[in-house]
Design a protein around this ligand. Structure first.
Ligand code: ASP
Ligand code: MG
Length: 442
């Protein structure tokens, strides 16, 4: 069975919902469908909660009423028969009355989580109603019946597997199984969620639990691009990525997939395919365990990086120096991204500069410290196993006219990163694309 997940814009209007319905039924085979809330809805529900925290029920009611009006309009556009329109309106009326009921009582994060969960509850009900009206054998499996997190707020895969398999058995013979992305229950049985954007995570967890033959993540772009299309000319969609390559890219603002999202799929060995709802024929990007040897896949960049260098002759042949340095960053909850060391100094990059001042103060106990702000990490991702020859040279050659503050290579088999000034980013990305993909096309 395939899992197909559709994001907010893919179900953003009745027309788009109908499009999703035809995509999920096209194969005629049993398919598991995960839906986000219609685009904008989760944000509106967060706004409702915000008003309620601020004890402004009028503000909350206003947002709820607007939302209700919009949804009631969708009914007539989505459903054709009086019977299904009436059923759906009745469901929506109940939902919105439920939302309004929160404006009367004490408001805590528990209530908030219940409220933000309703976007997915609504979108999935509308979709299953539409499919059933079309005569498709479709069933809605409530995510709150099987998606669980444990006491550490990590998904409880064995619980999910067990409960999902019972539900699948109880509803065997259906063509379409639909569930809500994003929402779950926590270890105490309370309504919770997998964080904003968490529907991808839901799809990956379900794919691993079933297990599915493939997990498809449908968005409105044609997969991952080999460079930033906003900065560089003539970028192309990447056809295939190894899970590790995808994880490397995820840090660099390739917002399509969060690295933790693909982990369940990766461990279960299930391929993840990124597809475009606006162009379903396009191949998209396949993420799996294969490694395409000798290929550079993509170039990415991350802005707002700060480099911190600490230099000390005490570092020479000393043990424990790096530990002390790292502990300072840890005590300020500041992750280090790139590192370069020499015998007498170490440079590190961070992208969270909220504690730079304190970190620098403490580092000064151990050596001379300097800081470079407004930097940018440029990263080349692909088969960069150290036994391969050539790619490092080409990458360095592409950077020959750009001042490079740090280089990191050999940390994994999949990346080489450069730390440069923000103002050199465009030039660096273009030059890397020109040089590295030029070699590719030869
Ligand atoms: N609807 C949720 C959000 O907007 C989850 C998702 O779309 O993945 O964050
Ligand atoms: Mg998303």
């Amino acid at each position: 069975m395939k899992v197909m997940k559709f994001g907010g814009t893919s179900v953003g209007s009745p027309e788009r919902m109908k499009n999703v319905a035809s995509l999920v039924t096209a194969s005629g085979k049993p398919t598991f469908v995960v839906l986000s809330a219609m685009s904008g809805t989760t944000n509106s529900l967060v706004e409702v909660s915000d008003y309620l925290y601020k004890k402004n029920p009028e503000g909350a009611n206003e947002v709820i009423n607007q939302l209700e009006k919009k949804y009631m309009q969708h009914v007539g556009e989505l459903l054709a028969t009086d019977e299904w329109q009436a059923k759906t309106r009745e469901f929506l009326a109940e939902e919105f009355n439920f939302l309004r009921s929160f404006t009367k009582d004490l408001f805590t994060s528990f209530e908030e989580k219940t409220i933000v969960a309703q976007g997915e509850v609504i979108s999935t009900r509308m979709m299953v109603n539409y499919l059933q009206e079309q005569g498709v054998k479709a069933v809605l499996l409530d995510a709150l019946d099987f998606m669980r997190t444990d006491k550490n707020s990590e998904p409880d895969l064995s619980f999910i597997r067990e409960h999902l398999s019972h539900l699948m058995e109880a509803h065997s013979g259906q063509q379409i199984y639909i569930t809500q992305g994003f929402i779950c229950r926590n270890a105490y049985g309370e309504i919770d969620n997998l964080q904003r954007g968490g529907s991808d995570y839901t799809a990956s967890l379900i794919g691993a639990a079933l297990p599915a033959e493939e997990i498809q993540i449908w968005t409105d772009i044609d997969g991952m691009h080999n460079n930033d299309p906003r900065v560089v000319e003539k970028t192309e969609a990447v056809r295939q990525l190894n899970f590790e390559e995808a994880a490397e890219l995820a840090y660099f603002g390739a917002k399509i997939l969060h690295p933790t999202c693909v982990q369940p799929a990766k461990y279960a060995g299930i391929p993840v395919r990124l597809k475009n709802t606006m162009d379903p024929q396009a191949e998209g990007t396949l993420i799996d365990n294969e490694i395409e040897h000798g290929r550079i896949k993509a170039i990415a960049a991350k802005d707002n990086i700060t480099a911190i260098k600490i230099k000390s002759s005490r570092m020479l042949l000393a043990t424990g120096f790096l530990r002390k340095v790292f502990e300072i960053f840890e005590s300020y909850q500041t992750p280090i991204d790139m590192i370069a060391t020499s015998e007498v100094g170490v440079s590190m990059s961070i992208d969270n500069d909220s504690h730079v001042g304190e970190i620098v103060d403490e580092l000064k106990k151990y050596g001379t410290v300097s800081v470079d702000a407004d930097m940018c990490i440029v990263c080349v991702v692909g088969d960069l196993d150290w036994n391969n020859v050539g790619f490092e040279t080409w990458a360095l050659d592409a950077m020959k006219s750009i001042p490079v503050r740090m280089i990191s290579y050999g940390g994994s088999n999949y990346n080489i990163s450069f730390l440069i000034r923000k103002e050199d980013k465009q030039r660096a990305l273009q030059s890397l694309s020109d040089v590295l993909f030029e070699h590719e096309h030869k």
